[in-house]
Ligand binder design. Structure first.
Ligand SMILES: Nc1ncnc2c1ncn2[C@@H]1O[C@H](COP(=O)(O)OP(=O)(O)OP(=O)(O)O)[C@@H](O)[C@H]1O
Length: 247
């Protein structure tokens, strides 16, 4: 289980995340939603330790991870994707998948390129995601959707217990969206815990067991998709945002 307790992050005078507490239960799909600027990505960055929290505690299966370095968080079993693909230049999909999973510290840069075992494992993951045909494509030639799948493959290489997906449906076409939903569901059925930040409400409502709603850096609701959908505070937060944008 991932436990976030009183997490805060400020940038100068901006309180991006303000004493947020929530859990992502083991074996479940939890969604973190909220209007633009609610603090979701900042919370994600703090949880994966790509950003240092200003205050609070984050525990994975009881062990504090907010004091670890990002590669140590990955080693502890938590991996994440980014809104923008981290495709490494001049490398094939296979190389990207293996290499991105491997760099856990600067010493790893000196390890042999790819072992037979890693290649086998990577091919297994590419097959699961239905993208073995692009294994030898240059990563920079991929479509946006293919990059999303490549990122997901890289994430799975580290045998995570929990994956954090940052807008997995962002900018993908409806066919790929269904494919991605299928992959997330299957991974979860295999026991993987999932935490998703996503704007696509259809995906959230169909996939999530639990939904945590943030607004202005705070958690304003936490419950099942149905509970959250009917929560007046949630409606207010979204409508407020829509009205501000329209103004
Ligand atoms: N590096 C930064 N420096 C200063 N302010 C930041 C920084 N990153 C985020 N913020 C601010 O923190 C607040 C929360 O931003 P964040 O990106 O976490 O929200 P979000 O919920 O992920 O939004 P979106 O859905 O639009 O991605 C916003 O006011 C944003 O402008």
């Amino acid at each position: 289980m991932l436990e976030v307790r009183s997490l805060s992050k400020h940038f100068g005078g901006i309180q991006a995340v303000d004493k947020c507490s929530f859990v992502a239960e083991r074996g479940k799909i939890t969604a973190l939603i909220g209007p633009n600027g609610a603090g979701k990505t900042t919370a994600f960055n703090c949880i994966s330790r790509t950003m240092a929290p200003s205050a609070g505690e984050i525990r994975l299966d009881g062990r504090r991870i907010d004091t670890l370095r990002p590669y140590q968080v990955t080693a502890a079993g938590l991996s994440r994707t980014f809104q923008i693909s981290r495709n490494l230049a001049d490398m094939t999909v296979l190389e990207n998948v293996i290499c991105q999973s491997k760099i856990h510290g600067w010493r790893d840069l000196f390890r042999p390129a790819m072992s037979a075992e890693e290649i086998d494992k990577a091919f297994g993951i590419l097959e699961f995601l239905g993208i073995t045909r692009i294994a030898n494509e240059d990563g920079s030639n991929l479509s946006y959707g293919q990059k999303k799948l490549m990122d997901l493959a890289a994430l799975l290489m580290s045998d995570p217990k929990i994956i954090l997906l940052d807008e997995p449906a962002g900018g993908v076409n409806p066919t790929l969206l269904e494919e991605i939903i299928g992959h997330i569901r299957k991974l979860n059925e295999q026991g993987l815990t999932v935490l998703i930040v996503e704007h696509n409400m259809d995906l959230i409502m169909r996939l999530s067991h639990r939904v945590v709603v943030m607004a202005h850096g705070r958690v304003i609701a936490d419950g099942t998709p149905d509970e959250v959908r009917e929560n007046p505070d949630v409606l207010d937060a979204y409508l407020g945002g829509a009205l501000e944008e329209a103004a």
